[in-house]
Design a protein around this ligand. Structure first.
Ligand code: 4AD
Ligand code: MG
Length: 462
């Protein structure tokens, strides 16, 4: 079958030609001797107008009796209609009804709230909003692979099941075959994972970083792009229990190089998505977030701000009267602070660097001051943190000391420490939250609406 996107893209060449299209009815109008169908096949934002006339199709009555949502295969001639609202239409010679739909079909032509649409996750990809979101999500994923592949990065598939906690935040989902009602116990009453599948406690990965580091020490530049899981009990618009992360890891690269790659990557994604999904982006610009395209175009062509945590705290402290949670040196920046910094102070994306070591993960490189680490978070307007990254601690003795300080066991990280024993080098990487990037691209404000099947606290139905 010919895709509707291809008909619009190639309309001059297809004018007067016969094509066959499979799609679903968005609207249908019966004018007694002829009728109109807006057919959507998901290949692009636009519908295809199908004209069917009694006498030209054999089953006029059957077609005219179809409901919104029915699946049709239409054969017909492409006719350019420069005077009409839509640039072309399909004059049907035959219409085959593959699947009827009932008048109770929930997606009748009217506006539905996103809250309602979340309750019908299996049908919502058929709406304008969600079809645009998921086409942009796909185009963004492609642009990300393109960005790294063009630069010679090797794509590494890091494991979903791991035994380590990369972020040390204890927000892991356990993977076990043990019977939770009758857990085997050791002499001192602890759960005996020796009897479990892996012979030890295992969990769903919170980040592929540590595995990516293993490969960066062999390939130089690598990236991983896959699902990650966090049992964060926070019911917010930007946290999901299952989300996708892009994590490059680069040997012989410091924090500045890390930020340069992150900034170039975000700009590349924006440019490619705007080029490849113009109709979807125009829809977001008109109905979701006015001014989106102009703002993104500006971001893609100007420098991001870069500021140290210490400087950021000094700036934010002057506005403490506006915050629920007051800022002081040493505190973790909350979403309200991140957004104030990027929306009110800089009015563009900002990298905040060199955070206090107490609020960051064990693997980040300790700075000369002994108090801060070479971390860098990228904050964007409307969302806050979109990227978390750092230069990694490459010094064996310093890393071992950090692991002990945090109450972790160096023996659990023997393989990670080996990287510092055999050819250790300056290296850095970051993690881009893919859903937050899609929110940024579309203006959609809730992470539940950029995930095909969101998993959040209390929600894993489909
Ligand atoms: O800042 P985070 O925790 O960093 C890491 O996991 C590092 N290991 C990455 C690295 O250096 N390779 O997470 C990175 C990003 C965040 O900035 C955010 O965009 C996203 O992942 N993220 C979430 N997105 C949705 N739901 C959640 N619960 C998220 N937690 C983090
Ligand atoms: Mg972070």
């Amino acid at each position: 079958y010919t895709k509707v996107a291809a008909i619009y893209a190639d309309s001059e060449a297809l004018s007067g030609k016969e094509v066959q299209v499979g799609g679903w009815v968005r609207t249908i109008r019966d004018m007694k001797t002829f009728g109109f169908i807006e057919l959507n096949d998901g290949s692009c934002f636009r519908n295809l107008q199908v004209v069917f006339a009694d006498g030209e199709v054999a089953n006029y009555k059957e077609i005219a009796g179809q409901n919104v949502g029915a699946a049709l295969v239409v054969t017909g001639t492409v006719v350019l209609t420069p005077e009409a609202k839509q640039p072309l239409e399909l004059r049907a010679s035959s219409v085959r009804v593959e699947g009827t739909s009932s008048p109770e079909y929930p997606l009748q032509k009217k506006r539905h709230s996103v809250e309602y649409l979340r309750t019908i996750q299996h049908l919502r990809p058929r709406t304008n909003l969600f079809s645009a979101v998921f086409r942009v999500r796909s185009a963004a994923a492609y642009a990300i692979h393109e960005f790294f592949q063009e630069r010679g990065f090797v794509y590494i598939h890091t494991p979903i099941i791991t035994a380590s906690d990369c972020e040390g935040a204890g927000e892991m989902f356990r993977v076990t075959t043990l019977d939770l009602e009758n857990l085997p116990r050791t002499g001192d009453g602890a759960v005996d994972y020796g009897e479990d599948f892996f012979g030890k406690s295992a969990n769903l990965t919170v980040s592929g970083q540590l595995n990516a580091e293993n490969f960066a020490m062999a390939f130089g530049d690598v990236y991983t792009f896959g699902p990650t899981f966090r049992a964060e009990n926070s019911n917010t618009q930007r946290h999901a229990a299952e989300f996708w992360m892009i994590e490059p890891e680069m040997a012989f690269t410091d924090l500045k190089g890390d930020m340069d790659v992150a900034e170039a990557m975000i700009k590349h994604i924006i440019r490619r998505v705007m080029e490849r999904c113009p109709d979807d982006m125009n829809f977001f610009n008109s109905f979701v977030d006015k001014g989106l395209i102009e703002r993104l175009s500006h971001v893609a062509s100007s420098d991001f701000a870069r500021v140290s945590y210490t400087e950021a705290v000094d700036l934010l402290k002057q506005h403490n009267d506006k915050f629920d949670y007051k800022v002081e040196w040493g505190c973790d920046l909350q979403t309200e602070h991140e957004r104030y910094l990027t929306e009110q102070i800089y009015k563009k994306p900002v990298f905040v660097t060199d955070y206090p070591k107490e609020i960051k993960a064990f693997y980040m490189r300790l700075n000369e001051d002994g108090k801060t680490v070479a971390a860098s978070d990228c904050l964007v307007p409307g969302i806050g943190e979109i990227i978390g990254g750092s230069q990694r601690e490459e010094r064996l003795d310093v890393l071992e000391r950090r692991i002990r300080e945090l109450g972790m066991k160096p023996e659990d990280y023997w393989w990670y420490l080996d990287l510092r024993r055999y050819g250790s080098c300056t290296h850095a990487g970051f993690g881009l939250g893919f859903e937050r990037m899609v929110m940024y691209l579309t203006g959609v404000s809730n992470i539940r609406d950029v995930l095909p099947h969101p998993r959040t606290v209390g929600n894993a139905e489909f």
